[in-house]
Design a protein around this ligand. Sequence first.
Ligand SMILES: *Cc1c(COP(=O)(O)O)cnc(C)c1O
Length: 368
Amino acid sequence: MPRPIEALIHTDALAHNLARARECAPDARVWAVVKANAYGHGIERAYPGLRGADGFALLDLNEAERLRALDWRGPILLLEGVFEPRDLEICSRLNLWHVVHAEHQIDWLAAHKTHQPHRVFLKMNSGMNRLGFRPAAFRSAWTRLNALPQVDEITLVTHFSDADADRFGVNGIEHQVKAFAEATHDLPGERSLANSAATLRHMQDPRVRSDWVRAGIMSYGGVPDFPEHDGHHWNLRPAMTLRSQLLAMQSLQPGESVGYGSAYVAERAMRIGIVACGYADGYPRHAGSGTPVLVNGVRTATVGRVSMDMLAVDLTAVPAAQVGSEVTLWGEGPRGTRLPIDEVARAAGTIGYELMCALALRVPVSVV
Ligand SMILES: *Cc1c(COP(=O)(O)O)cnc(C)c1O
């Protein structure tokens, strides 16, 4: 028998979450964002659940190639655009749409030989200060692009830094929406502004609604504004379950410790279970004692440090637990139980995004 850990990808949950993006933005088309190998779910494995999207947004040419190999004929968008001039040849060959965020990418396009003009997404840096043209430089970039025979339609795009929360005490997107609207009000073309957080939180603002939303984390059932809201509030379902089993049990006496560094010391006699899951599986090592976990669907908590291949859990609340009992690290447990990945992430001082993306290669994954 292989080591009992496994991950499940829930096709129905992906489809449900995508439908939620459509419900939030009924007038927009939806990009399913599948960068980082579909946030760790696997492009090929996520595809059956997400194929109802209007397009797929990603970063790597090799991921675009994999989507075309799945026979996806619809739009594919490179969110960072091309990295070198010859990437444009692949864009021409695979019909990829691409972001243009800087002058050098316009130079490359101007020198590119193609019979098929490219659909491009011109990116404004409206305040995130990672990629894009500043509002004052946006129009001249647009004018330059628009004059190129290599360019077909130009969509106007920007990305929010604070769509999940307030910023300095006010609505976190207002300053960016304002900058974008002012600099683009008389430019033609479609618009794309919203990520998951803006799709969930800001669709009442007509300036945000636009033509395309970019649904990343919400497609996978992660909650961008956890703990202010949870998956129940937004009606999102976990698309990934990580589960394992108890390998062994130990009875601790008061004063005895568990695992490396003796980071947990029993205050009373207690039974603990040893789970076949560690940081080499993608479980966060920074999740300290008290991180939630389900054993046989019963909520309990980890004790001690996470090691490479194992972690320990308190079995006080689960007296019937035995070797082979099911342990849910995150996602769907038995009998309709659930442990949000966001809760585990929070206990480890991170976000659900990071845990999904870090699912280790050694964990076998099945699509259900
Ligand atoms: C990753 C990414 C998204 C998706 O963000 P979520 O918070 O996961 O919805 C949207 N737009 C761009 C440009 C991105 O890089």
